[in-house]
Design a protein around this ligand. Structure first.
Ligand code: GUN
Length: 302
């Protein structure tokens, strides 16, 4: 079998177009421009690239982008003061503090200081609790993007065996909650799970978010399964030349795509969905803040 490739890049483009349409309607009918504030401490190269890309796409869909670049030595008190200012600013509908934060800062305290209504990352404990209890929440962007791709590929997920490999607060745990919400039978596995290959082999839906390059092999996959690869790992690529690198996922694409029914590539799979979902969350937060109906973006991007 050769798997169908799930094109996250194309899906994310359609989602952003849909968001741009909704933003222009908000502006024309209500005079509202959604605003997203992104806070970056220091100059970590990966974070800098990511923040630049967020700002560009925010402006492209017609939203206002507020960038706050602070030094790596910024104190927790100063960062908390900025978060408080953004919480109180009515032109800011979404707040994202780029992670990881420098060592002098307690990440949990900063995330807890963001107003849950503006927490477009969905990392606040209130949003995690709302998601876990099946209530209206801000849902973390990467798992939300994975769910959109899964629903687009499979339609109804009810009754499916889903295995999530990875237990992070950012991907693994919220992904499992979302799949449970879709009536899947959900297993959360991780690097310490006994017989990880055997657990993966049970999955109709396999979500890999462990952060280990090409760890999940083709013979870990049930024939015909749908595989969502969240991993983005930069590894040496000597075949491209000395000092060259390439991006690979947590799944060994070559062997897995020979067994799976459908699979996301890396790059071009889950990656582009994360920022598109950040914009979707910012739009949702804006509608909620203004008492307007929320556009249902989960399936309409198809
Ligand atoms: N660092 C890497 N990915 C993310 C993300 O989705 N949100 C935030 N806040 N920081 C990140």
């Amino acid at each position: 079998m050769t798997a169908r490739i799930i094109d996250g890049k194309a899906f994310a483009e359609r989602l952003r177009e849909r968001i741009a349409d909704e933003v222009s309607t908000l502006k024309a009918q209500h005079g509202i421009t959604p605003g997203l504030a992104v806070v970056l401490l220091g100059e970590d190269p990966a974070s800098t690239v990511y923040v630049r890309s967020k700002a560009k796409q925010t402006v492209e869909v017609g939203m206002a982008s507020f960038e706050h670049k602070l030094g790596a030595a910024t104190s927790e008190a100063d960062l908390l003061a900025l978060v408080a200012k953004l919480n109180a600013d009515p032109t800011v509908n979404g707040i994202l503090v780029q992670l990881p934060l420098p060592k002098q800062i307690n990440t949990d305290r900063v995330l807890a200081a963001i107003s849950p209504e503006k927490d477009v990352d969905g990392f606040h404990v209130v949003n995690a609790g709302l998601l876990a209890t099946g209530q209206k929440a801000m849902v973390p962007c990467t798992p939300l993007g994975c769910l959109m791709l899964l629903k687009d590929t499979l339609g109804d997920l009810a009754g499916s065996e889903a295995v999530v490999v990875g237990r992070s607060n950012i991907v693994g745990k919220p992904m499992a909650q979302l799949l449970l919400g879709e009536s899947c039978t959900v297993t959360i596995a991780h690097s310490k799970s006994r017989d990880l290959p055997g657990i993966c082999r049970r999955a109709d839906i396999l979500v890999a978010a462990v952060g280990r390059p090409e760890m999940i092999k083709g013979d870990w996959i049930k024939p015909g399964a749908t595989v969502i690869d969240v991993g983005i790992n930069r590894v040496p690529a000597p075949e491209k030349g000395p000092d060259k690198h390439k991006l690979v996922g947590d799944v060994d694409f070559a062997s897995a795509s020979a067994v799976a029914g459908a699979i996301t590539p890396v790059p071009g799979g889950v990656g582009p969905m994360t920022i598109a979902c950040l914009l979707a969350n910012t739009l949702t937060a804006t509608c909620r803040a203004n008492g307007l109906p929320e556009p249902y973006l989960l399936e309409t991007a198809v």
